[in-house]
Design a protein around this ligand. Sequence first.
Ligand code: AMP
Length: 507
Amino acid sequence: MSENHLFAAIRAAVPSPDKPLALLADGSVVTYGEMLALSGQIAGLLVARGVKPGDRVAVQAEKSWPCLALYLATLRAGAVYLPLNTGYTLNEVRYFLGDAEPTLFVCRPEVAVEARALANELGVPRLETLGADGTGSLTDAAATFAPDFDDVARGPDDLAAILYTSGTTGRAKGAMLSHGNLLSNARALRECWRFTADDVLIHALPLFHTHGLFVAVNIVLLSGASMFFRAKFDPRETIELMDRATCLMGVPTFYTRLLDQPELTRAATAHMRLFISGSAPLLAETHRAFRERTGHAILERYGMTETCMNTSNPYEGERIAGTVGFPLPGVSIRITDPASGAELSMGEIGMVEVKGPNVTKGYWRMPEKTASEFHDGYFITGDLGRIDERGYLSIVGRGKDLVITGGFNVYPKEVEGEIDAIDGVLESAVIGVPHPDFGEGVTAVVVPAKGANLTEQSVLHALEGRLAKFKQPKRVFFVGELPRNTMGKVQKNVLRDSYKDIYRRSA
Ligand code: AMP
């Protein structure tokens, strides 16, 4: 092993030092050469601060191009990048620092004083700051280091990153991702989605999640492509950028918000070659509406923090709404019976299990948890799905969201599909909450469309005859919007908590 597995591939893909890599909101351009130079300087600083190969570098910083350089610098120094959601409070950050024991914590300048106290308390030796504008003690100190850095050798099995799962219940788990996991996955996606140096991606996703960091950034780098690099997603601006861009990677809410803009038209999207969606289910309705309006079929893919990407709808060939396509090259998917573990046949709903070079080595310092998440070499995703006769995978929901009512299994997605089809319904979430007779009661939380005149009775009435009695909601509630996390996922645990007492027998 003489080279840095992931970074050597990134370096080899640099088309030329003056090629634009990141096109920033203020109109300035960061070239590949500038990114290499800053990442080299920061890598020099990391080593000087005592960061050794395998050490963790925890980062809670706003999206900026120096933050991207910090990710690359960490790889180059042979250390492990640990990005944290910028929404976490320092109280939440305490857990991650305590669990991961980083050598360096890079925080936002606004919280430097409290962060330093926390770092001292937890024995984190070094702290630097990095602000939204890319300034801070990190970049100040890095400026005194040489841009040339001798990349630390790392093999495919060495850790490149730890990402704590956005798991909404229980203790957050740090998924350990190796150089081999990240490189193999980015290469597979680059081929599947036909990325080349001519591509210009609209990058408006956060940098602390697998989607924005690994799917988006690694593919751009490995293709020698460019990206419009934006701190936040703004649907209007995104549409304006489309005549100079070729691809958008987004979560489903990007697409629903784009559809709200009358400026989203066939003409406005004519220069784009690809719209990709993932991280949460894209409603079939959104897929259809987007196609009608723009002529583009959104390409939906499926993955998770622990496995990087698993499946994708085809680039050429039919992109089927409501499905997440086929396994990526080198990835195997199977569906098993959640109770017995036996493999199920085509068309049957069960646990999605995945195996391949993309799959995590396990959870940081949780060997038992890791062992219990693997089944004969396959990773148990926790998602329920089915594979149809053409080989397309559909995700039916999270295993833990399955509702068991009176001993019957109810898949929320099936009920949500029927509710969403009712006139006047914008979207819905179906949950199971404790019920004295049935164990769990199927419960619907509905967002009505503007001006719709829906009542609990009208929704229940519309479902009669469309769903078996046991699948029909016992109660229907209306809300202005569903609770979502930063990646656009509906937080069903929040809903379950809000409605947990509704069937309780009055004493
Ligand atoms: P995360 O680890 O935050 O990326 O979340 C991964 C989870 O998001 C998966 O296990 C799925 O439950 C969900 N997910 C990701 N992509 C899709 C998709 N295209 N359709 C449905 N669910 C998805």
